[in-house]
Design a protein around this ligand. Structure first.
Ligand SMILES: CC(C)(COP(=O)(O)OP(=O)(O)OC[C@H]1O[C@@H](n2cnc3c(N)ncnc32)[C@H](O)[C@@H]1OP(=O)(O)O)[C@@H](O)C(=O)NCCC(=O)NCCS
Length: 473
């Protein structure tokens, strides 16, 4: 049993206030009180009209400009290289990696507020940046941290929905179930049922997205403690920021883990719009499904081994190397193991990417964290050795477009070093982080009035006919 449950917190609050309102009203009351003077909300309200104008002008002036040709390869090749989505919060360059509102990861590490001088960026700062395009001050970030703590309230039925699943259910299944149960309180759904004007859609979307971002660490921690520990989750700590609090509710209070979690959440938050989870969230939200429904769908995509589940697969694979060959594996033994994996029809997890063509900067900054905090960790040394061994082998295969490591190649050994050893849980951490990127973009989707997503599909027969017709011209 958890000893922190929202019901208790809210009941206490209600009796403190001497109000007779329902639990739901209390949640609403907290949200209205805290949102009223939330600077982030008012900044957005100011930004939205000018961005709406910008989009209108783009459409009017350049609506018919061509951005490239669609080839048969693209249609049958998972739409690789096909520009087809508007995603404001971040942009991925194949060589340089991700930029959040124009800022690279090292730049974010430099300019975003940290918990202590020279420390890792606070994820709340990134959330502010993604939403507004502006680097926030420490005071603005502190106010947002407080807001998120206030919203980190999870109704009891969410825990009950998770408890209905066997403990053996994959942590991602439990997480998606928890997010679906959170949907019961969706502000967007309620506002839509009441007939909200479309120009106001972004407002309940903002409320839902912010609450979702605040709630998911608590749900995630419950799942971790339920499956792997004693089922008890600590109370959110009013003195801690988002990343540190996530670490705290999971049960890790080493300041180094707080720093790791700040970095982890920041770099996993967003990776432009075409990846499976981001695209899924955007697609589902385009039907005006609320942020909870959209994010739960995104999580189901993240749970696939070619996407977010790769972080689980990497640590399991690295541990299988150690089990089979031992920690002091030689370069030759490692090469053999990589080939053995490939010959058995599997991918080498943590390497390759749909867009990137160089080492993922999210890998590089995790490597720097490891060099600073745990240079002698044997699994980190193994990861470093893989960096030398795997790319030449994947290149030799001749078909892999990017032989370099991605974000997932590194995250597991960092977590493992600090005691978070349960690989099956790792994708949930990724999922919590993604709430920040997807949640931010969904607010802009509604603010900009982006339409229902509906690309054209074709059958093989119609594609053949189209091609024959094109060839005869
Ligand atoms: C990420 C990934 C799915 C990208 O797929 P993609 O865009 O289709 O990649 P490519 O165009 O380079 O794929 C071409 C071929 O190389 C293979 N390939 C790519 N990365 C590979 C890897 N790490 N190990 C083995 N084979 C790989 C593909 O499976 C594909 O083989 P096929 O033609 O027999 O189907 C792929 O690199 C992969 O499976 N990586 C391992 C899983 C992983 O780390 N995922 C997390 C990504 S952040």
């Amino acid at each position: 049993m958890v000893f922190f449950r929202s019901v208790t917190a809210l009941s206490k609050l209600r009796s403190r206030l001497g109000q007779q309102s329902s639990l739901r009203d209390s949640v609403r009351w907290i949200q209205t009180q805290s949102s009223t003077d939330l600077e982030l909300r008012s900044q957005l309200a100011e930004l939205i009209p000018e961005q709406q104008e910008r989009l209108k002008k783009l459409k009017a002036d350049y609506g018919k400009v061509q951005l490239g040709n669609i080839t048969v390869d693209m249609v049958i090749g998972g739409m690789r290289g096909m520009t087809g989505l508007l995603w404001e919060t971040s942009l991925l360059d194949p060589d340089e990696g991700i930029r959040f509102r124009g800022l690279s990861i090292p730049e974010c590490q430099k300019v975003l507020p940290a918990a202590k001088p020279g420390g890792e960026p606070l994820p709340e700062g990134l959330l502010w940046l993604l939403l507004t395009g502006k680097v926030p001050s420490k005071e603005q970030v502190d106010a947002l941290s407080k807001e998120l703590r206030t919203r980190a309230v999870v109704p009891d039925y969410v825990y009950k929905a998770i408890d209905a699943l066997p403990i053996t259910a994959h942590p991602m299944t439990q997480f998606t179930t928890g997010v679906m149960a959170l949907q019961v309180e969706s502000e967007f759904q309620k506002a839509y049922e009441k007939g909200i004007h479309k120009s106001k859609y972004w407002e309940p979307t903002f409320e839902d997205s912010l609450s979702l971002i605040a709630q998911v660490p608590v749900v995630a921690a419950y799942i971790y403690r339920r499956i792997f520990k004693d089922g008890k989750v600590k109370q959110i700590d009013d003195s801690l920021d988002y990343g540190a609090n996530f670490s705290h509710v999971l049960g890790f209070d080493d300041p180094k883990v707080h720093e790791l979690m700040r970095l982890y959440v920041t770099i996993h938050s967003d990776h432009e719009g075409g990846n499976v989870s981001a695209h899924t969230g955007h697609l589902v939200a385009s039907a005006l499904s609320d942020p909870y429904l959209s994010f739960a769908a995104a999580l189901n995509g993240l749970a696939g081994p070619l996407h977010g589940l790769a972080n689980q697969e990497v640590l399991l694979w690295i541990k299988s190397v150690v089990d089979e060959v031992g920690e002091n594996v030689t370069t030759e033994q490692l090469k053999d193991y990589v080939w053995q994996t490939l010959k058995s029809g599997k991918v080498v997890p943590g390497f390759g990417h749909g867009v990137l063509r160089k080492t993922d900067p999210r890998y590089t900054c995790q490597r720097e964290f490891a060099l600073k905090h745990m240079p002698d960790d044997p699994l980190f040394q193994l990861v470093s050795k893989l960096y030398e061994v795997v790319p030449p082998i994947l290149t030799e295969l001749g078909k892999v477009k990017n032989p370099w490591p991605n974000v997932d190649a590194h995250s597991g050994v960092l977590l493992n070093h600090f005691g978070l050893t349960e690989a099956r849980y790792f994708t949930v951490l990724f999922g919590v982080s993604r709430s920040i990127g997807i949640g931010s973009q969904l607010i802009w989707d509604r603010a900009l009035g982006l339409p229902l997503e509906r690309p054209k599909s074709v059958t093989m027969e119609s594609l053949e006919n189209l091609c024959k017709k094109a060839a005869s011209y």
